[in-house]
Design a protein around this ligand. Structure first.
Ligand SMILES: C[S@@+](CC[C@H](N)C(=O)[O-])C[C@H]1O[C@@H](n2cnc3c(N)ncnc32)[C@H](O)[C@@H]1O
Length: 268
């Protein structure tokens, strides 16, 4: 797995740079005619380290960028339906990385948005946005903390999140970087929220694929919840829809892939 590493950045940096990899896939998709998703801000986060990591991933997994794009599409569609048809007041992006939904999705206007990520990532993102755009998106509250820290929901509440208001939680590209204890701690915190039919958009990869795709310095420590659907069901979440990204690429790009990477929309 050594060849998957980008020289000169340790585990923290690698995990943070994984956010740039996602941005590069978004930026490339946004330049296409009739893109599946459009993120006009994604190019701001293109870094040489991210480009090297994406190149390395694509060398092994030619579907990698397509997976990232159809994952976004699945999440955006669920988010849109919930915002347009149901009374959602808040969106929380956990492990937000370079997520720019607050600025790029009109239907989020007027709703509170919280972006949670490790303090270094939040600082780096704010610095890029300030220098490139001159200001930060107005609706966003940035929260620099670890989601595996017991009590992170209290940190979120101190930042203005109201647990009694209906919310959407985006958990995109996050849980396979956490230890299994971290994942448990994270979902325990979410399970303590009042049951308001909040929506949780989560993606997850199989242990097998994680071992092949992520180098040991980057991935969390197995055992992961191998079956994310029963993991969520056991914690009181009801599955609204789940799909394999390989099937979604079949639907949107005409190419089916086998690697097990799920996207899930769950309600609780
Ligand atoms: C692959 S990126 C995904 C970013 C974003 N969700 C997206 O899809 O564009 C993973 C993100 O998770 C963040 N992350 C990793 N461990 C975390 C933790 N314990 N608490 C909060 N964020 C974390 C990283 O800093 C990084 O920004």
């Amino acid at each position: 797995m050594e060849e998957n590493k980008v020289s000169g950045i340790g585990r923290e940096g690698q995990v943070r740079r994984s956010a740039d990899v996602v941005s590069i896939a978004r930026a490339q998709e946004s330049q296409k005619e009739g893109p599946l998703i459009c993120d006009p801000y994604a190019h701001l986060f293109v870094s040489p380290e991210g480009e090297e990591m994406l190149r390395s991933a694509l060398g092994r997994w030619p579907f990698f960028a397509e997976y990232l794009v159809v994952r976004d599409k699945f999440f955006d569609e669920h988010l849109r339906v919930l915002c347009e048809k149901e009374d959602v007041k808040q969106m929380v992006s956990l492990g937000a990385g370079n997520d720019m939904r607050a600025a790029r999705l009109d239907f989020l206007k007027g709703r509170k948005v919280f972006e949670v990520d490790l303090p270094d990532q939040i600082t780096a993102k704010k610095a890029i946005l300030k220098s490139e755009l001159g200001k930060l998106p107005e609706e966003v509250t940035y929260v620099g903390t670890s989601v595996t820290e017991p009590g992170f929901m209290l940190v979120l509440q101190k930042a203005g999140f109201v647990p009694e208001e209906r919310s959407v939680f985006i958990v995109e590209g996050l849980i396979y970087y956490l230890s299994s204890e971290g994942v448990d701690c994270f979902f325990d915190e979410l399970s303590h929220l009042p049951s308001l039919r909040n929506l949780f958009l989560v993606d997850h990869i199989s242990i097998d694929f994680s071992q092949k795709a992520l180098d040991p310095e980057k991935r969390g420590k197995p055992p992961y919840p191998e079956n994310v659907l029963s993991y969520l069901s056991n914690r009181g979440f009801s599955i609204r829809e789940s799909a394999l990204l390989g099937n979604l690429t079949g639907k949107y790009c005409g190419k089916n892939y086998q690697e097990k990477w799920w996207v899930v929309a769950a309600i609780r």
